[in-house]
Design a protein around this ligand. Structure first.
Ligand code: FE2
Ligand code: FE2
Length: 253
């Protein structure tokens, strides 16, 4: 294994871009190295990868992107018999549409939630509470966007369809996060880990259902009206960045 490949698996010393030379390696041999490097980017631990290969990389990169739940964005440029692949975290790339943006936000929220639990398990309550506060406003923005902006605009059947399931699950998730907030407020730190464990199961199931049952419907609706899709994307980006926090805090105090 070269030093560059070892850096990729163990992590580079800094957040600088990482360049990996995989010339002369087959698709199969390159796969674990590219996966490990891309996974670190997806976790926000790096900034950008530049990978040199001498095979057409589309199927490799599609498979890796799928395994990482589309948390990365990639492009490839051909130079004669070689290709240079550039990989970035999805957060740094332009989201294609609101579904893309929400899928990324699921990934980001999951990571943040795992960090709350990690800090709580390490008895670093100050850090756990700090990350939790960020997580809680991020979750409320996400729920508000899905409930009050995208649901009414893109459909999914609020009575008997996946939109109805989503609305019900959001009520239950928000209630569970409030219990977690209460545990922090009342300094019941022993409860943090068990509440987080239950909540993380609910969140994983919910996100999976949304991504598989509701998001395809929303994506079809977006594709049917590109102008409206662009408007929704701009509003969703601003909302997730905090532009509608006053309304959100009034709706979810
Ligand atoms: Fe949701
Ligand atoms: Fe969602």
């Amino acid at each position: 294994m070269s030093n560059a490949q070892r850096d990729v698996i163990q992590g580079p010393a800094s957040n600088a871009s990482v360049s990996i030379d995989l010339l002369g390696q087959s698709d199969q041999a390159a796969r674990p190295v590219v996966f490990a490097a891309a996974q670190r980017l997806g976790l926000g631990l790096g900034q950008r990868l530049q990978i040199q290969v001498d095979f057409e990389p589309t199927s490799l990169m599609k498979a890796i992107s799928f395994q990482l739940r589309d948390s990365i964005s990639w492009s490839a440029t051909q130079h004669g018999p070689q290709w240079e692949i550039t990989v970035q975290p999805r957060a740094e790339a332009e989201a294609r549409d609101v579904v893309d943006l929400l899928t990324w936000d699921h990934f980001r929220l999951d990571r943040q939630f795992a960090d709350v639990l990690l800090a709580a398990n390490q008895n670093d309550i100050t850090e756990a509470e700090h990350i939790f506060k960020d997580y809680w406003i991020g979750l409320r923005r996400h729920v508000h966007l899905e409930n009050h902006v995208l649901g009414p605009a893109l459909g999914g059947d609020a009575e008997h369809g996946p939109l109805g399931d989503m609305l019900g699950e959001h009520d239950s998730i928000v209630e569970q996060v409030r219990i977690l907030e209460e545990a922090f407020n009342e300094k019941d730190y022993g409860l943090l880990a068990p509440i987080c464990a239950v909540l993380s199961g609910s969140l994983a199931k919910h996100e999976n259902r949304e991504e598989n049952a509701l998001f395809p419907i929303w994506q079809t609706a977006c594709n049917a009206d590109r102008g409206r899709a662009q408007e929704l994307l701009l509003r969703a980006k601003a909302l997730l960045a905090g532009a509608e926090d006053r309304e959100i805090c009034a709706l979810f105090p």
